[in-house]
Design a protein around this ligand. Structure first.
Ligand code: IPE
Ligand code: IPE
Ligand code: MG
Length: 252
């Protein structure tokens, strides 16, 4: 078997930076919000595909901690779109056995939105199908910072000591603590950067970039990304030969 053709199976966790909504709208001489609305349609298609393929976790970057820097009008419209989509989709997600959670600093959101988030999470809490994670007012640095704060509180309370701080303890305090780390990261829209998404969690994730703008992203492109993922050899620091040997011994 060709080393680079080792079949890894489907990724358990796919993380996506959904980028390019604004440029998509601009190309069509339309306001940016139209691009964001079109982007929501793509989200629905991608979620459907992940349910069909029995992917365990799909994480979507919806609004970064830096996106507050955008014009107030766009920020407000994005909040309204988020709120409206949550309201309109939660029953459907629930019916499809999807567990929804929102990661990020939600204290900055309008109270009505915060309440909607809590109720959507509670409604879908017992679901055992796809874990749909929406990162909203999320930043990878924020996630690590809030983990450090939680750990420090435990140290101050005498529940932990400095030597108890290990990588796994830090992972356990991140917002994604009970989820596997992303196997496949996809960014649409042509930029090849992480933009402060899941910094800690992406340490060994396979990265996939596509120039397609998010509203034009579709199932076929997702299949391409998964195909590319499956063709890669994940070594996690080992040599390629070690990986081939261990996968041969597993198949024997
Ligand atoms: C991604 O699309 C969505 C959000 C960041 C909310 P953009 O709005 O960044 O689209 P471009 O990059 O300007 O095309
Ligand atoms: C990243 O996209 C955040 C989201 C998709 C929500 P941006 O468009 O904000 O990223 P930069 O500013 O180009 O790095
Ligand atoms: Mg962008």
């Amino acid at each position: 078997m060709n080393n680079s053709m080792i079949d890894n199976g489907n990724p358990r966790h796919i993380a996506i930076i959904m980028d390019g909504n604004g440029r998509w709208a601009k190309k069509k001489l339309m306001p940016r919000i139209i691009g964001h609305r079109a982007g929501v349609k793509t989200v629905r298609k991608v979620v459907e595909y992940c349910v069909q393929e029995k992917i365990e976790v799909l994480s979507l970057f919806a609004f970064s901690s830096e996106n507050w820097r955008r014009p107030k009008k766009e920020v407000n419209m994005l909040m309204e779109l988020f709120m409206g989509t949550l309201q309109a989709q939660v029953d459907k997600l629930d019916k499809n056995n999807i567990r929804l959670r929102i990661i990020g600093d939600r204290t900055a959101f309008p109270e009505k939105l915060q309440a909607k988030i809590i109720s959507a999470e509670q409604q879908t809490e017992g679901n055992t199908g796809l874990n749909l994670v929406i990162a909203a007012n999320y930043g990878g640095r924020w996630d690590i910072t809030q983990a450090v704060q939680k750990i420090t509180k435990k140290i101050v309370a005498g529940e932990l000591q400095a030597q108890d701080i290990t990588e796994s303890l830090i992972s356990d305090h991140l917002t994604t603590s009970d989820l596997p780390e992303p196997d496949l990261f996809i960014r649409s829209g042509g930029e090849e950067r992480i933009s402060n998404f899941l910094l800690w969690q992406l340490a060994y994730t396979e990265l996939y970039f596509t120039g397609t703008l998010w509203p034009d992203f579709n199932q076929a492109l997702l299949v391409d990304a998964i195909k590319s993922f499956k063709s890669r050899q994940r070594r996690f620091g080992h040599t390629g030969d070690q990986i081939v040997k261990s996968s041969n011994s597993k198949t024997q």
